[in-house]
Design a protein around this ligand. Structure first.
Ligand SMILES: C[S@@+](CC[C@H](N)C(=O)[O-])C[C@H]1O[C@@H](n2cnc3c(N)ncnc32)[C@H](O)[C@@H]1O
Length: 288
């Protein structure tokens, strides 16, 4: 990964330009995911849910999905494996939203093969269509989602308008403190990022991420200099909590966890890994 520090986006035009850049980059990555479409079909057919243990732990506290979740809207759903896993968990109907044409194509192919009740929208999460307003019992997102967004207040307003009265958002993300350490070291070495103000433009994908998709084609087989530039932002936990509160939601749960959701620090010694929070999760509810 090569990255360049950039200023946080200053206006809506800059936000849109960065999101559009990310669309290109994620279309390249989606080629890798496509190589695993058949595997995903087989896993889903075999009833293998991809929900993370932290997500399941949090969400089952609300009762069996069958009883309270008619519709879940998955923001930044990628190729839809986690979205369709929600159906395996008991959700009745799912909607996936993602900016990448390739990811939405993968998701559509998968749900059609399995005749699963899913609807897909290819759009910027900030442009999620109004026809979905007030229809979600659950807005589900995370695992590498909000770091691609450059206007968190706009995102929180989208979450608020999608939820039914009484509906809930669940989010599981990399803990922002984990950004403060170098991802490629065996010990905890400072990355020297500015925790409070970090945005970056980068090229290349960590092999511990896309390498897992098991294909030599696509971005991990493409020289880094030929890949699209993508744009990320470190959002602190306070940024996220404040954005959701400002949008009118009530925080019901906040947790910090040692469990990662991907191999973010492939070289890090396990005794060192246990010393920092890898992820956090939260749930926030819209008033009835
Ligand atoms: C790491 S993936 C999320 C993975 C997801 N947890 C899953 O189900 O596998 C990030 C996703 O965010 C999407 N994305 C990035 N920026 C977006 C935006 N502005 N609007 C909608 N989707 C976006 C990408 O296309 C990509 O599919």
């Amino acid at each position: 990964m090569h990255f360049k520090e950039i200023s946080p986006a200053q206006n809506a035009q800059e936000v849109q330009t960065r999101h559009e850049g990310n669309r290109q980059a994620w279309n390249e990555a989606a080629q890798e995911y496509a190589a695993n479409n058949e595997q995903r079909v087989q896993d889903l057919q075999a009833g293998k849910s991809n929900l993370h243990p932290v997500e399941r732990r949090n969400l089952v506290r609300l009762g069996p999905f069958q009883d309270w979740c008619q519709r879940a809207i998955h923001l930044q759903c990628a190729s839809g494996y986690d979205t369709l896993s929600l159906l395996l968990e008991g959700v009745h109907e799912v909607v996936g939203v993602d900016i990448s044409d390739g990811h939405i194509e993968n998701a559509r192919l998968t749900s059609e093969r399995l005749a699963m009740p899913a609807t897909w929208y290819r759009c910027d999460v900030l442009d999620t269509p109004d026809e979905l307003n007030g229809t979600a019992d659950l807005v589900y997102t995370g695992r590498g989602a909000i770091n691609w967004l450059h206007d968190l207040d706009a995102w929180a307003k989208v979450v608020q308008r999608l939820l039914k009265p009484g509906g809930i958002i669940h989010l599981l993300e990399d803990h922002p403190a984990s950004w403060l350490f170098d991802q490629n070291s065996a010990t905890l070495v400072a990355s020297e990022l500015d925790y409070f103000n970090h945005a970056e433009a980068n090229q290349g994908w960590p092999s511990s991420y896309l390498g897992d998709e098991g294909s030599s084609l696509g971005p991990s087989g493409t020289p880094v200099t030929e890949q699209s530039t993508k744009y990320e932002r470190l959002w602190t936990i306070a940024d996220v909590v404040q954005a959701l509160i400002s949008a009118g939601l009530t925080i019901e749960y906040l947790g910090e966890h040692p469990e990662p959701y991907w191999d973010a620090f492939p070289q890090l010694r396990s005794d060192q890994r246990a010393k920092i929070p890898m992820t956090y999760s939260l749930m926030a509810r819209k008033a009835t």
